[in-house]
Design a protein around this ligand. Structure first.
Ligand code: HEM
Length: 112
C-alpha cells in the first residue's frame, strides 16, 4: 500500500477513501491496497494510480520521492514503502521517467 492520495496537492493530503483489497479480505494490511500495475506502455496510460490522481509520470516519481502517502503527511499503518524521502536528484527523477517512457511498445507501429 502506497497511500495514494485523493488529490494531487501536497498540502493537507488525504488518503483516497477507496478501501481497495480490504473490501474483499477484511484483513487490516489490505486497507487501501491496490494491485501493482504493469509499467509496460505506461507512458500511454495516463492518468496514474487506481484513482487517476496523477496526470504525469513526473508527478508519480515526485510522489515516490517524497515517501508515498506517509511522506506527504497521511497517517498510515501498513504502507509498503518506507515513509522517508528517496532524495532523488532532479537528474535521477528525469532518468526514471525516461526509463519508463522506454517501456513503450513500438511493434507494428513503425514509430521512429
Ligand atoms: C521509484 C520507484 C517506483 C516508480 C518509478 C514506480 C512507478 C509507478 C507508476 C508510474 C505507477 C502508476 C501505474 C499506473 O497507474 O498505470 C505505479 C503504481 C503503483 N506502484 Fe509503483 N513505482 C515505484 C515503486 C514502487 C514500489 C517500491 C512499490 C511497492 C512497494 C510499488 C507499488 C505500486 C502500486 C501498488 C501501484 C498502484 C497504486 C494505486 O493504484 O493506487 N511501486 N508505480
Amino acid at each position: 500500500m502506497l497511500g495514494t492520495p485523493s488529490r494531487a496537492v501536497i498540502a493537507n493530503a488525504m488518503i483516497d477513501p477507496d478501501l481497495g483489497r480490504f473490501r474483499l479480505t477484511r484483513a487490516e494490511p489490505h486497507r487501501y491496497a491496490f494491485k501493482t500495475p504493469s509499467l509496460r506502455n505506461g507512458a500511454l496510460t495516463a492518468p496514474y494510480m487506481h484513482n487517476g490522481v496523477y496526470r504525469t509520470l513526473e508527478a508519480v516519481v515526485d510522489f515516490y520521492n517524497r515517501g508515498g502517502g506517509a511522506g506527504i503527511g497521511i497517517q498510515l499503518d501498513h504502507q509498503t514503502l518506507p515513509p522517508d524521502p528517496l532524495r532523488l536528484t532532479a537528474t535521477e527523477q528525469r532518468d526514471l521517467v525516461a526509463f519508463m517512457r522506454a517501456l513503450t511498445d513500438t511493434t507494428g507501429t513503425q514509430r521512429r
